[in-house]
Design a protein around this ligand. Sequence first.
Ligand code: GLU
Length: 429
Amino acid sequence: MSQPIRVRFAPSPTGYLHVGSARTALFDWLFARKHNGKFILRIEDTDVERSTEDMTRGILEAMTWLGLHWDEGPYFQSQRLDLYQETAERLLSSGHAYRDEGAIRFKVPEGRVTYPDAVFGEIAVENDTIENFVLLRSDGHPTYHLGVVVDDIDMRISHVIRGADHISNTPKQLLLYRALGASLPVFAHLPLILGPDKTRLSKRHGATSVMAYQELGIVPEALRNFLALLGWSPGTDQEIFDDAELIQAFSLDGISKANASFNPDKLAWFNAQYLSRLPQEKLMLYLKPELIKAGLWRNSLEKEESAWFQSLIDLLRPRAKVLQDFIRQSKVFLTSDIDYDPAAVEKFLKDPKVKEYLHILASRLQALPEFTLQNTETALRSLADELGIKAGVLINASRVALTGQAVAPGIFDVMTLFGRERTVARLRI
Ligand code: GLU
């Protein structure tokens, strides 16, 4: 029987969940799901000064928001100190380590270490380039190298999938596996993520925390899909993947050695795609809290007004780039407030003749047997013919009269959503 697939994501809780770390977590998660393996979460909180519980909470929250559910853990290294201390003692007695001013240091042997990285290929390092490194600090806390190796062995990790910034750490860790007589996991290092200016992605490039993207109105499906393609390619042109497709398509072979580039415009594109295609219930899950926050929510939107509300959302979807666009654009439909854009009024509503036309249009709409999309359109177009003006004049003027803005969804959709009474009242400007 082949070894069970067990991968881990091992963040240090010294900051929020960075999008680069989220990409690492996503690749680990995908690999586990693809192979029916286990995705383990381990919090590497042995740097007592810099680790906080708040950061841990933030990381768990961001992973949950992104849908990266772990099967085991979270394990906390701070609760496993005995294990690291015992292991360091063991390395002392086997002669692989020595005491140095209260600390325990690894004695690097002669020779070289090599390993086949699943992404970067064969990596070889001469041992004389590696210094005798600390395993256990004098305060009894392990260094990163000791903690990570002890835990990866203890947790029976089969594949270590992590950022390429750890490539330089790997040789030390290999020496530790060897000294402990443990078999090696497969190592797969993920390419670095660069900002648009080709330097390592950092705050200078804008938001780097996963939760900052939530605040910007990005939906988790979009961020996930975007992150999946940072350094991995399915080998086809497909860009939009649902979970099942992504799990199916994912493999270590598709990971590139070349640095990935973080393109915010591409993320915006994914978000618009998902906003236009998410199932209604999913979208509502994200929208409702925003509507509540904006004071635009009422329970009837889920009850007697639900069909109407659904048409409103469907009308706004194709133009929405972030969740807040729904809030901005639905306000005029959900309240009786209207913010007139002065430039739009100046451009399309200033001429007193135009206002007269709108009053005639209002009477025609008032008299329609049924207030439907088709009927409102016919009424407007035939009035324009009678008046000898372009339909566009009436359309633009109606749009500003109804919504206050020069840009809005299709005017007849807007009218039918408003309903006869409100449409007529607003046209009588
Ligand atoms: N705690 C390490 C980090 O946050 C993880 C190292 C690893 O994945 O081996 O970078």
